[in-house]
Design a protein around this ligand. Sequence first.
Ligand SMILES: [Zn+2]
Length: 462
Amino acid sequence: MALDDLFDQLDRSRGDCLDRLFTLLRQPSVSAQNLGVRECAGLLAGMLEEAGMDAAIMETEGQPVVYAERIFSPEAYTVLFYGHYDVQPPEPLELWQSAPFSPEVRNGKIFGRGAADNKGQLLAHVLAVRTWLQTRGALPLNVKMVFEGEEESSSPHLDAFVARNRELLKSDLVYTSDGPLHETGAPLVVLGVRGILYIELTAVGAAWDNHSGNKGGIVPNPAWMLVDLLRTMRDRQGRVCIEGFAEGVDPPDAATVELIRRLPFDRQKIRAAVGYEGFDLDAETYYRKLMLEPTFNIAGFTSGYGGEGSKTIIPSKAVLKVDFRLVGGQDPEDIFRKVCRHVQMHAPQIQVTFLGAMRPSRTRPGLPAIDRVIAAVRQAYGVEPMVQPSLGGSLPDYVWTRTLGVPSVLVPYANADESNHAPNENLDLEKFYTGIKCSLCVLDRLSRGQAPAGQARPAGSA
Ligand SMILES: [Zn+2]
């Protein structure tokens, strides 16, 4: 079905849409500083009601979740949009060209903290629903929205919220718009994220630093304890030797390999982007290592004297910071237990501390819902989207795919130079409207999808 009536209505209401974004941007909502977050939740709930949805502010142990829904029919296809209304702290203020909470448009860009991350992107979904209801009176499918207020503080209560509200949040697909389009301007469809486990290993020798000559050879060196331990954890080929570490890491299926073969690759650009002239991977290995394989990374190693000149000591303490990026069926808590067991076996005097974790998440390519999202993105942007099996980084996507048990897709709407988390955060005005258009196309395409197994299709769907 042609969507011209919806696009025309969107064109007519561009000013209105921008007004709403400005209203949301004027309200600070810095979760790290507990600044204005609850006020922003109230404002957003009001906008959802105004758009034609039933909205509620739902409490968590931290900042509230703004939940909204518009049910077309209990049997109809249900899409759940996820976003976050909290923002990063705006500091350093002196680097902003206009005040972070006084949004303005300059050179075709909306400047303000949260413009791209994530108020402009989550509002695109709300405004798509508003546009649809203004034009056609009823939605063609069920829409639910979950906007959290703690994403910029690592979503500490989202998983428990989803677990508590499984019935309410029941849906067929979770759709998230956050982050930037590809640097070439091409739209992206991302099907997962890598997980992470962050730990600290601490080795202690004598009670204080000792003279490396006068006491040399008679007190243990904790830096060597960590080096010796590390040698048991990884071989010279880079294979991780922690027993059971690779369990759940399956070789990628043919469809996933096909996806990464279609992604663009420019070795020279990557060299420049990472500042490493020695980078010489081929395209497929690059994407496999970045998206489909786990890592074991030494993020920091602190011991003894690191200052100018020499200081002859045997350090009393050594600390190692390690992050593992996880994929497939790897579970950070399980990996943590395996690391503890390994350390217990090889160097029981070394202390292992858990610092943080997020599970990996993947949605299969080739699902009909994913094909429909890809078609919607193609229609909205007029170009073929790049489909990435995973981000290299980590997001709490597992709350949807594992806790709720629903496929999840990430479609960013912001420009690549959005300066999120930095001064002068911005969203291209045209990208904002294209985002609303894209959400309209997504509503349309998903409503034409098959109802879940055993359920009837909604009336009027083809
Ligand atoms: Zn962010």
